[in-house]
Design a protein around this ligand. Structure first.
Ligand code: NAP
Length: 297
């Protein structure tokens, strides 16, 4: 990658941000576009990580405007707190209550959420009618919010969110009152209910860190429990390392369709890049950059 006087800056903010795979994925895409373009400088960008402590978020966003930053991704813990600092926020991001992609627009800073689109990509690729597929989401954290919005968009008839904290579940349920199309389909249930719901759930999503490094032996469901899922059911783990997780190993052993979180990561990044560069993202290159890196680790 050649950094010149004209090169514009993209990045990711988080705290910490060292674990982010976004710089790797986006810089690989930028390099690929430049190497395969007929015109010069079609992606004259560089993408950097910015560790920004919560108390510096507002100053950082003003600073980004001052230096003409072209756009940025947002990861934990800024996805919610950035919203009041933006000039325009998309409907989907407002419904989810979190922004992961920001760009400079006529309004100033505009933000949206590409996690839901990223989550949906491998499901939409199945070309399936989802109107008879109730979805169960394990966990009620930040990622579960994007998954709920996505499942409603997919037209799943019911969306069940199971979590271990009754107070957090209640807050989760209350938080959708401004999105009636979502709250109409959403039920929140105690963690213990998940096994009983398995035979009815056509799509089960792990949105907890159970199974992620370092607790790689953990799984939200046992193999015996997963055998209760119906033929053709889908187990989707948002975790992308390790691949596969214990949850997905069990799903495959039970004859279910297993989807891991790598494609969501790739597709949310591709959707962000398309917003910034206003051209199709080289999705295969982004996926391969991640696979190479994860394989090498
Ligand atoms: P989060 O906001 O911290 O939420 C985690 C959720 O899991 C919370 O509801 C938490 O419950 C629950 N949980 C944690 N440990 C549990 C346990 N032992 N038993 C039952 N529930 C438990 O995290 P997040 O941002 O939503 O991320 C969740 C997962 O998705 C992570 O593994 C993350 O890596 C993955 N993710 C993947 C992508 C992707 O692009 N593929 C994107 C985002 C996230 P409490 O609220 O009670 O603590």
């Amino acid at each position: 990658m050649v950094i010149k006087g004209t090169t514009r800056l993209l990045g990711v903010i988080g705290y910490p941000v060292e674990h982010s795979f976004s710089p790797l994925m986006h810089n690989a895409a930028i390099a690929h576009i430049n190497a395969h373009s007929n015109e010069q400088d079609t992606a004259d960008f560089a993408y950097l990580p910015f560790p920004i402590p919560p108390e510096s978020l507002e100053t950082a966003i003003s600073g980004f405007a001052a230096i003409g930053l072209h756009g940025f991704n947002i990861t934990i813990p800024h996805k919610q707190t950035v919203i009041p600092l933006l000039d325009e926020v998309s409907e989907v991001a407002l419904a989810i209550g979190a922004v992961n992609t920001v760009w400079r627009s006529e309004a100033g800073w505009s933000g949206t959420n590409t996690d839901a689109a990223g989550f949906l990509a491998p499901l939409k690729a199945m070309n399936k009618d989802w109107s008879n597929t109730p979805a169960m989401i394990l966990g009620n954290g930040g990622a579960a919010r994007a998954v709920v919005a996505a499942c409603v968009q997919l037209e799943c008839p019911e969306v069940w969110v199971v979590g271990r904290s009754p107070a957090k579940l209640e807050t989760f349920a209350q938080s959708w009152t401004a999105a009636p199309e979502i709250s109409a389909k959403l039920s929140v249930l105690p963690w213990g209910e998940r096994v009983g719901l398995l035979p009815k759930a056509g799509l089960v999503v792990n949105a907890t860190p159970l199974g992620m490094h370092p607790q790689i032996a953990a799984s939200p469901l046992t193999e015996k429990e997963m055998a209760r899922m119906g033929a053709g059911a889908i187990a989707y783990d948002l975790i992308y390392t390790p691949r596969p997780t214990a949850f997905l190993n069990r799903a495959s052993a039970a004859g279910l369709t297993a989807i891991d979180g790598l494609e969501m990561l790739v597709q949310q990044g591709a959707a962000a890049l398309e917003i910034w560069l206003k051209q199709p993202a080289p999705v295969a290159v982004m996926r391969q950059a991640l696979l190479d890196y994860l394989g090498a680790k």
